[in-house]
Design a protein around this ligand. Sequence first.
Ligand SMILES: [Zn+2]
Length: 288
Amino acid sequence: MKMIILGSGSGFAIGDRFNTSIALLTGTDCYMFDCGEPAGALLFRNGIDPLSVRGIFVSHMHLDHIGGLGSVLFSMYLPGRSKNKKFKPWSITRYDDWYRKNLWFPDQVIEETERRELSLYIPEEGIEAITAYLQAGYLVPAVLPFDLKIRPVQIGEFYRNTNLCLTSVPNKHLENNAAYAVLSEAYPQAKRQSYSFKIEAEGNSVVFSGDIDNLEELTPLMEGVKTVIVEVAHHEPEKIKPYFDRFAVERVILTHIHPGLEERLFGLLESWGDTRFKAAHDGLQIDF
Ligand SMILES: [Zn+2]
C-alpha cells in the first residue's frame, strides 16, 4: 500500500502547499483522509483515478479539510456516466490521456460494472448542511452513478471492510479554539466535533492527527503504530520529538505546514538530526 500527501499546507494555502488531503492506495481502492482544496485536481495530479475512491473520511468541518469535496465528487460523477469502470490494482500513472480518449465516447466502453458505494464519513454536525450543498449542485442520489452513503464519524471503531479498519478519538481542536468564544451565542448548535484517526490496512497501523489541540490527544491511538502523519499548525512543534520518543514509531510525517512556520520547523528538524521525522510536501509518497 501507499499513502500520498496530496495537500501539506495549513488553512492558509500557498502555491506549493495546498489544504489538507491524504490518499491511501490499497488493492484497487483509494481512500481519502480529509478533502481540502483542490483535492479533485490533486487526485489527477498524483495519478489517482477518482473513480477508484471508495471512501472519504473527514476529521472536522473546517473548510481547509472539506472544501475540495465537491470537486472530488464531481470528478466521480462525470466519468462515471461513461459507464467505463474497469478497475485494476494500483500503480501510479497519469490518467489524463486515458480520460481524454475515453471519457466522452460511449462506443469505447469496455465494460459496465455494478454500482459501487462511496462512503463519506463526516462529523455528524455537518451532515445536513453537506447534503443540502450537494443537492444545490445537483448531486442528488437519482443522478449519481454511485451510491453515496453519508454517515457520521463515530468514536471508536467506525469503519471496517476487508482491506481497512478505522478508529477515531475526539480531540479538542474546535472546543479549545480561542477564536470561537463567540460561538455559544452566535452559533449555539455547533457541536465542535473534531477527530483523529487510526488507519489499519494491509498489516500497517497509521495515525493521522487531523487538527488537534494537544499531542496527548493522540495517545489512545498510538499502540502498535509505526507511522504517524501529524499536523503542526496548532501546537508547539518543539514538543513533537519528545512526545513521539515515548512510542515505537518509525516515521513521523509533519504536515499542515503554515507558511510562517516553515523556517522554524526546518530548523527544528535539522537540530533533532533524527531521520524518523520528516516534513511533508505536496505529492509526498509514503511507501509501506
Ligand atoms: Zn481545523
